[in-house]
Design a protein around this ligand. Sequence first.
Ligand code: NAD
Ligand code: TYD
Length: 341
Amino acid sequence: MGLNIVVTGGAGFIGSNFVYYELANRPGDKIICFDALTYAGNLETLEEAMKSPQFRFVKGDITDAAAVGKLFAEEKPEIVVNFAAESHVDRSIETPGLFLHTNIIGTQVLMDACRKHGVRRFHQVSTDEVYGDLPLDRPDLFFTEQTPLHASSPYSASKASADLLVQAYHRTYGLPVSISRCSNNYGPYHFPEKLIPLMILNALADKPLPVYGAGENVRDWLYVEDHCAAIDLIIRKGKIGSLYNVGGHNEKRNIDVVKIILQVLGKPESLIRHVEDRKGHDLRYAIDPAKLTSELGWTPKTKFEDGIRRTIDWYLSHRDWWEHVTSGEYVEYYEKHYGLK
Ligand code: NAD
Ligand code: TYD
């Protein structure tokens, strides 16, 4: 008998890639996507999945206990993977309340339903941002699972709070949980408000590329499929109650990522526009994934040089997708946030 797996936030960037990963690699399982379809979630992203008898989409909000209860009663999931979240640091600086509500209360509502329905595994998709940042002049330092929580933004504070709650539900109620904390992802279906897709689309349109401050902040980039493979392993073989860092030792300064994109697209560096820095901007993220590798044998498969080209090709061949998702609310956000047209 296959498993019923509820994937919350499966119409967003990483969640949708996970849906496709599971449909391709776990043909015996049923994947039920539960997503509120905020500005970041798009049904067009799931168009191919909708054709599969293995897949069901349910529109709903993880903070709505009645809707979550109805879903669990209908599907009786063995596994719940929680990707649903407000995920953009810049938006969290503008509207923190929404982040606390979705990311913390939503996690609590899901875990209460898991308790009630005897779910075998609740997996929380978290982020390395819960550790705060590392200094730029100490390349020898990495985030391990023992690094203390030290969040900088309302987004990362909300994710850290949710992680604490997940651990508390394990200790207090014995809920079978696991948590993964991944570094920055890139790849197909990435909403164009985030660095890599934003820079690709602006370069294509010969619009300015807004780099915060000097562009020297460092992020540790992982191709999204490698993250999906890690979660797939953790939910099936990872220890209950465990925490796993996910990352591929691929640190890059923002300015260098932007220059690579310009180079691949054959666009001039004169498009780069240094703009006001993000408030509380984290300097460097760098994950040590040794535990995941030694316990579960996970290693990343995609090199940045290949992944970034694949990603750029994907945006070049999916113009309809990004034209649709960047209409409406996004235009207002972009103009307000950057003061650019
Ligand atoms: P995203 O913003 O692209 O997608 C979020 C999805 O959640 C959307 O489909 C949205 O409609 C849905 N959603 C939002 N609020 C909801 C609610 N109340 N109920 C139901 N659905 C709701 O985000 P992403 O980049 O795919 O990130 C997914 C998860 O992975 C998040 O939890 C994020 O914290 C974590 N994460 C992201 C990264 C990254 O680089 N993007 C890295 C590490 C961890
Ligand atoms: P982002 O994709 O928002 O991810 P996160 O903040 O969660 O790491 O940003 C990645 C890096 O790029 C971060 O250091 C902020 C920077 N950045 C810019 O320089 N300009 C931009 O327009 C955006 C969106 C991000």
